[in-house]
Each structure stands twice: as C-alpha cells, then as structure tokens.
Design a binder for this molecule. Structure first.
Ligand code: FES
Length: 162
C-alpha cells in the first residue's frame, strides 16, 4: 500500500465512509439526500438557525416560530440584505445589514411603510421541508434611507424589468 492509498483510507475513515458508496445515508454519520423538491430537513431549522433556500429561482428565508415554519423572501426590500442571516425574535426578523425589521407572519416591514417582503407557503412531509408557493408579493422598491440617516438611491425593480 502506497502513501496515497494510506491517505485515502485515512480520509474515508475520518468521514465515516469506509466500505460505503459516496452519498446517501449511512449508519456512521452520513446524511440521507433530500427527497425531490424538498429544500431542507425540518430538524435543521431551529428558532436560532434559519433556512436559506432557493424556491422557484427565488431566495427564501425559513424561520421556526412557535414550533411551526414560516417563510418570506430572503432579500430585504432595502438593499437585498439576507434576512435568513438576521436575528428573529417574537416573530420579527431584523435585517443584518441596516436593521430594517419585518413581521415574518405577514411580510410587513415595520421600519418603513409599503416595503413588505413576499410570503411563501411551506409544508413538512416526512421530515422534509417543501416551499409550495408564493402567497404574497414583495414591494418592488429598493433603496431609501438607512436608519443611520444616510440616504441611498431608490430604484424600482419592476421598471428595470427584473
Ligand atoms: S439591506 Fe436590509 S436593512 Fe438595508
């Protein structure tokens, strides 16, 4: 056995895959693949660890609130900050970029009127999470005042054809 074989065997052993095919589940720490159409495992989304997934080509943030799952657009309507990376408390997520706040249940922006994010329907089947459709649409506006007083260029995504 050469050095490369020894190295490969050590890596496989460390990954718990010795004697098993790549992918799929194993009894030694491997994970099952998600079923077709699923975006996450239910158990992986916790009150402090949000889901950041893609559904219908759109970024969606999934939150566990009061034991259930709720989903909104991941892109903040200020400057597209990733809401799944924000802190969520009492059903309100705070954007990690400039602190705009959104009600996860309704999508309403609590920092600036008429700047709601879209809401999505989610289902859990056999432990897997599915995003099943968009319930409400986001404001197409972007930009506006930062809460620190700095103004940024406002634009309308609909007029830009995006
Ligand atoms: S990008 Fe979300 S508050 Fe600025």
């Amino acid at each position: 056995m050469g050095f490369r074989d020894l190295l490969k065997r050590s890596v496989k052993k460390a990954l718990g895959r010795e004697g098993k095919a790549n992918g799929g589940s194993s009894s030694s720490g491997g994970r099952a693949s998600l079923p077709p159409g699923a975006v996450a495992w239910d158990k992986d989304i916790t009150p402090t660890r949000h889901g950041q997934v893609v559904a219908d080509g759109v970024g969606v943030a999934i939150f566990r609130i009061d034991g259930g799952l709720l989903a909104i657009d991941n892109a903040c309507t200020h400057e597209d900050g990733p809401l799944a990376e924000g802190e969520c408390k009492d059903g309100v997520v705070t954007c990690p970029y400039h602190d705009w706040r959104f009600d996860v249940k309704t999508g309403q922006c609590l920092s600036h009127a008429n700047r709601q994010v879209g809401c999505w329907d989610v289902e859990v089947r056999e432990g897997a999470v599915y995003v099943t459709g968009q319930r409400t649409k986001a404001s197409p506006e972007r930009g506006g005042a930062h809460d620190d007083g700095m103004a940024v260029l406002t634009r309308n995504l609909d007029e830009e054809g995006t």
